[in-house]
Design a protein around this ligand. Structure first.
Ligand code: BGC
Length: 762
């Protein structure tokens, strides 16, 4: 039982220090809570300090290997002793309140818990998966989507999300590409900032905001062969110029926490990596927040072959800068002893605990531990109609039109006989994605339901092909149907009668996401065979793809006249898809990850290096960098996406032929809507630094602007380039701006561009 006198001391210290801080905090880099934190720290025992660094999963929802059976009782006891600083996977006001009550009323010091959860793209009202959202290139909409997620989660007792995932990835085999913003560090950085701003808002104590996490620091998206948790070897040029920028952007946006990663980076586990966590993050970037380990990643340093046992793992992790142990129990078991034996300096513990306590102050938990625990608010806020509108808007903007021949789309709203096929067409669950937090199972609007809202057409539905056997869950492997063709005939029958066939194919929600790597990334199971069978009967096909990663669909890209990339779009999925198919929303999404022709091309990404033997248009020789069985080109490139209207780019102009130190140059282009519908275009600017002390990518995104154009309307778009645009990090991590020649490209994707050249003189 906490003694009354101690409570009084803490309360008094807090009052005293908040008075002092009001006058001292402005303009200083130091936290306004530094004094309160120091005072509290000064009365904590070593064990209590270490307890703050311990995080457990709720009793027992798991998002990783489960803790030992029977440990719940032990953990409750630890909670009462003040040996837990944070819990994850506890949701709902009632549950959170119950645990918070123990922390606040039964421990000696009454320090409240931080409650973390993977609120990745929604809590109950699901937005599209993050990869889909990134395809909108709409930073405001993305921010709004994070705001919705934060508001619902905060109303349910949560005050910390383990998002955004800002890992750059070039490998569509890796299941977690669904959780990121694609392959580009420039766009990825802007999206990281937008998501952090959306989750955290401008006042972390507000009951609709939560702390965000930039994860997984670092290199996790470069897992060898796209296999989750696998080894990562990344060279310094890629590390500094591709992997780090979105993390740096998140720190610049004020992200409160970082999560490290499961992988080794160049031989050293990220969790035990001093270079990453101390030198770069807390050193060079001056990050003042806390670093949480990934689930059990401290313990995983043993199988990594880096720590000999749990005690050494704890020592290595804390020395390397991991402040909180998620689900390894190793800090709580070993850190106090390590300090007492002189193996770990208590100053390291103090630094970690200060970061944790500071966040608790910033979240307002010391003012009111139940700030996020209001039953009435929980009822009122979750599922608000405005949230549904926001995720619908986000879903429409996330859709990418990949192909539209014979103007098959948009569909006429009257008098059309449509055959709708595919298990995913009626699926109300897969659109929720694999990180679906507390979304109710089967709570998404299906494509079928969306299309039924257009009643003047004749809509016939047959599943035709089954994707999965059984109903997969987050904790199971998905069983793909590879034998059952019993639905083919009925599907063919309705396809025969229809003018247009809409086939919804792709992946089940739990075929992408964590631990869902694939070696083949075509259409799983019998779906490809089914598509080809239907094509023989009626080639007027609109293929709607529902998936969590780029798919290699070369056959479909060649044969099928219309293809719509609809990802996993969340709760409002079917409504968004129907509105796009019927032209009530003119698609505007652009890919943020390259679609390969086949798995062998992976890793494939637009911002690659030139090589010494690049392909030349007239090159007929054998000795150049290529494959003998496929082209180098992707199926669909980065930045690509069509509209129901068309855009023409002309008059690329530069304000001068170059610029020098501290200067800039203007690049402008005229874009005309040459079609018959209002449309949104994302005008993209890329650069190529032709020669530098470290060779630079053939193209790098350095600017974009979204414009809405009426039919026939022309708009001039102007970009300003400066040293920030042309600089890069050398292999020691130093920012360089070097004299030289630069190509500038502007267009509607990363391939078809107008181009020009300018110079820079130091
Ligand atoms: C994932 C993290 C996640 C954590 C907690 C881990 O398996 O890698 O991204 O935040 O679990 O659920």
């Amino acid at each position: 039982m906490k003694s009354l006198s101690l409570i009084l001391i803490i309360v008094l210290m807090n009052i005293l220090h908040s008075c002092q801080n009001n006058s001292a905090s402005s303009g200083s880099n130091q936290s306004p809570y530094a004094k309160q934190v120091d005072s509290l720290l000064s009365i904590m025992t070593l064990e209590e300090k270490v307890g703050q660094m311990n995080q457990y999963s709720g009793f027992w929802e798991v998002t990783g290997p489960a803790p030992e059976e029977g440990s719940a009782a032990i953990r409750y006891e630890q909670l009462r002793k003040g040996l837990i600083g944070s819990m994850l996977n506890v949701t709902g006001v009632e549950n959170v309140k119950a645990l918070q009550k123990i922390a606040v009323e039964e421990t000696r010091l009454g320090i409240p818990l931080i409650i973390g959860y993977d609120v990745i793209h929604g809590y109950k009202t699901m937005a599209p998966i993050p990869l889909a959202e990134s395809a909108s290139w709409d930073l405001e909409a993305i921010k709004k989507s994070a705001e919705v997620a934060a508001a619902e989660a905060a109303a349910a007792g949560i005050n910390w999300t383990f998002a955004p995932m800002v890992d750059i990835s070039r490998d569509a085999r890796w299941g977690r590409v669904m959780e990121g913003a694609g392959e580009d560090p420039y766009l990825g950085s802007l999206i990281a900032k937008a998501r952090v701003a959306g989750f955290q808002g401008t006042d972390l104590k507000a009951p609709h905001t939560i702390a965000a996490t930039a994860k997984h620091f670092a290199g996790y998206g470069f897992a060898e062969a796209g296999r989750d948790y696998n080894t990562v070897d990344v060279g310094t040029s890629t590390l500094y110029n591709q992997v780090f920028p979105p993390f740096k952007a998140a720190t610049d946006a004020g992200v409160k926490t970082f999560m490290n990663a499961f992988n080794v980076l160049n031989g050293v586990p990220a969790t035990g990596n001093t270079f990453l966590q101390r030198d770069i993050l807390k050193g060079k970037w001056n990050f003042n927040g806390l670093v949480v380990s990934d689930w059990g990643s401290i313990k995983e340093m043993i199988p990594h072959g880096y720590a000999k046992d749990g005690e050494q793992a704890a020592e290595l992790a804390v020395k390397a800068g991991s402040d909180m142990d998620m689900e390894s129990s190793l800090y709580v078991e070993h850190l106090a002893t390590l300090v007492k034996e002189g193996k770990v300096d208590e100053a390291l513990i103090d630094d970690a605990v200060k970061r944790i306590l500071t966040l608790k102050y910033e979240l307002g938990l010391f003012d009111n531990p139940y700030l996020y625990c209001d039953e009435l608010r929980e009822k009122e806020v979750i599922g608000k109609p405005a949230f549904h509108e926001a995720v619908l808007d986000m879903a429409k903007k996330s859709i990418v039109l990949l192909k539209n021949e014979k103007q098959l789309l948009p569909l006429n709203k009257k008098g059309l006989k449509i055959a709708l096929l595919g298990q995913l067409a009626a699926d109300k669950d897969s659109p929720l994605g694999s990180w679906r937090a507390l979304a109710a199972p089967n709570s998404a609007v299906s494509v079928q339901e969306g299309l039924e809202k257009y009643p003047d057409n004749d809509l016939l539905f047959e599943q035709g092909v089954r994707l999965t056997d059984g109903s997969p869950s987050f904790l199971q492997e998905v069983q793909i149907n590879t034998t059952d063709r019993s639905g083919f005939e009925a599907a063919k029958n309705i396809a025969k009668q229809a003018e247009v066939v809409i086939i919804v194919l792709g992946e089940h929600a739990f075929q992408s996401g964590e631990a869902r790597s694939r070696t083949e990334i075509g259409l799983p199971g019998l779906q490809q065979e089914f598509l080809e069978e239907i094509y023989k009967i009626n080639p007027n096909i609109v293929l709607v793809l529902m998936n969590g990663r780029p798919l290699a669909i070369e056959w479909a890209a060649e044969k099928i006249p219309a293809i719509v990339e609809a990802w996993q779009l969340g709760t409002q999925s079917g409504n968004a898809i129907a509105q796009v198919l019927y032209g009530d929303y003119n698609p505007s999404g652009k890919l943020t990850m390259t679609f390969p022709r086949n798995v062998g091309q992976i890793p494939i990404y637009y911002n690659h290096k030139n090589t010494g033997r690049p392909v030349l248009p007239d090159n007929k020789q054998i000795f150049w960098s290529h494959y003998i069985d496929a082209t180098n080109s992707p199926l669909f490139p980065f930045g690509y996406g069509l509209s129901y209207t068309s855009f023409e780019y002309k008059n690329l102009q530069l304000s001068k032929n170059g610029f020098s130190k501290d200067g800039s140059i203007e690049v402008s282009v005229e874009v005309t809507n040459t079609g018959y519908l209002l449309g949104k275009e994302t005008v993209q600017l890329y650069l190529h630094d032709l020669y530098a002390s470290v060779s630079r990518p053939v193209k790098e995104l350095k600017g974009f602007e979204q414009i809405d154009l009426q039919p026939g309307e022309t708009r001039k778009v102007t970009f300003i380039l400066n040293e920030e645009s042309i600089g890069f990090f050398d292999n020691e991590g130093n920012w360089k701006v070097e004299s030289g020649e630069f190509k500038v490209f502007v267009g509607g994707n990363s391939v078809n561009n107008l181009e020009s050249v300018f110079f820079y003189e130091e």
